[in-house]
Design a protein around this ligand. Structure first.
Ligand SMILES: *Cc1c(COP(=O)(O)O)cnc(C)c1O
Length: 450
């Protein structure tokens, strides 16, 4: 049976309210979920089987007319809001001009302008170049290709709790077996994993954790074999782990002293999400290469590798690219997204959201020892849930809270190697009122799990 969904105009004009008119999922969503089950591969699973009809500001409206508070931004993508007006207009205009030529066949200005903008926005004022791709994983893969071409070495180091994507090389870089890797090997070779800085669990200072990682790299890999160190300045899927102060600069200094390319994977943390254009800025770190994706194009698929001109230009002509990389619609969306961040003061807004989220979650943690740690920066804030008696991760509690929030009309995601972290990634266009209401729902869900 076919469900016809009336088209609703999304964007910030949608009523900014949590409104439940059916149980969740409602009858139309259930019909669509049945079609999904019959037509879509089982490996592509869904957090919340509520089908979207429109979204904008801080809400997602479903096909049954329910309006949900969005604390996930489609995994940190709709940072400037869903169907953001400048983005929607720019994409519509570009679609009427041309939708594709392939930049490698006949180029267009939008691609060059995105490269210019990212060269200016990424940390450091050295000469830079940018190459555009479609997904975060593709950007990370290309950063490794470029680092190998430049150094003429092959080894790559990644860290515990890392997440870099689902392609073969990025599965190898990713730490967590389930659900990302299990059964999908063999994985790319010459990838080595070392301990990260996880201050809540390892109790080490940043320099101590860096010394531990560097010692392991030197003993097990050898700088002379190492092309790149790939690191998320705030580890995303791994649990919004903010490394102890000093860890990141020490790793970058070691890379620089050993001619190893330092790649900051800012696919999740980049583009205003943490209250800065890039999370590296919080520690004054300048990466050699930086990957950008999720938040950069208001929901259209676009990713980038930006970095030192000498490194970026080491790959031979024709060695980088792809049919769709830097698609004109995605470039138009990215330029409109970057304008929106600048013109609407969204970096400052991310800092306000940090204060609101950490304030309320901090109050909850003060009286509830199951909230082991509240951490993160900007609008990338998480709470790690634990058994207060043992400090052991409590994944069941995280699942309970997320499930209860979903039933009450709040989209919230979990993450973490141990599955015990609730992560909050609201669009920067959410209102204070909706954010507070979303937090009320989470607090109530925590209350019912006692
Ligand atoms: C999401 C993510 C990726 C992968 O991005 P895709 O667009 O899903 O391929 C890579 N690195 C980090 C840090 C991410 O959060």
């Amino acid at each position: 049976m076919t469900v016809t969904t009336p088209t609703i105009v999304g964007g910030p004009a949608l009523p900014q309210e949590r409104r439940l008119v059916t149980e969740l999922p409602g009858p139309r969503s259930r019909e669509l979920a049945a079609r999904q089950q019959a037509a879509v591969a089982a490996g592509v699973s869904t957090t919340m089987p509520v089908f979207a009809a429109a979204a904008g500001g801080g809400v997602v409206v479903d096909v049954d007319g329910n309006s949900l508070i969005d604390l996930g931004s489609g995994i940190a993508v709709t940072t400037v809001g869903n169907a953001a007006p400048r983005v929607a207009a720019a994409v519509a205009a570009q679609a009427e001009a041309f939708t594709h030529t392939c930049f490698m066949v006949t180029p267009y200005e939008g691609y060059v302008e995105v490269a210019e903008r990212l060269n200016a926005l990424t940390p450091g004022d050295h000469a830079k170049r940018t190459a555009l791709f479609n997904s975060g994983a593709e950007a990370v893969e290309n950063a490794v290709k470029i680092a190998r071409a430049y150094t003429k070495r092959t080894a790559v180091v990644a860290f515990d709790h890392a997440y870099h994507g689902r392609t073969n090389l990025t599965m190898a870089l990713t730490a967590k077996n389930q659900p990302y890797k299990s059964g999908f090997g063999p994985f790319a070779s010459d990838v080595y994993r070392v301990p990260t800085s996880y201050p809540y669990r390892d109790g080490l200072t940043g320099p101590e954790a860096a010394a531990r990682a560097i010692s392991q790299i030197e003993k097990q890999v050898g700088a002379e074999n190492l092309a790149a160190v790939v690191f998320e300045p705030i580890q995303g899927e791994g649990g919004f782990i903010v490394p102890a102060e000093g860890f990141l600069p020490a790793i970058v200094d070691w890379c620089r002293a050993n001619d190893v390319v330092f790649v900051a994977d800012e696919v999740q943390s980049g583009i205003a999400r943490t209250g800065a254009w890039y999370a590296c800025e919080h520690e004054g770190v300048v990466p050699d290469l930086v990957t950008t994706a999720k938040g950069v194009a208001g929901g259209l698929p676009l990713s980038a590798v930006t970095g030192r001109a000498d490194i970026m230009d080491a790959a031979h002509a024709g060695g980088l690219g792809g049919t769709y990389g830097g698609n004109p619609l995605a470039c138009a969306a990215a330029l409109a997204t970057l304008d929106t961040v600048e013109e609407d003061g969204l970096i400052e807004r991310a800092r306000q959201i940090e204060a609101l989220l950490t304030g309320r979650l901090g109050e909850l943690a003060a009286t509830d020892p199951r909230l082991g740690e509240v951490r993160g920066r900007g609008a990338m804030i998480a709470v790690e849930l634990v058994d207060p008696a043992t400090g052991e991760p409590d994944a069941a509690l995280a699942k309970h809270v997320a499930t209860a929030a979903h039933a009450a009309g709040v989209i919230v995601l979990t993450c973490g190697t141990y599955g015990n972290v609730l992560r909050l990634l609201p669009p920067l266009t959410i209102s204070d009122e909706l954010l507070a209401e979303g937090l009320d729902v989470l607090a109530a869900a925590l209350g019912t799990a006692r």
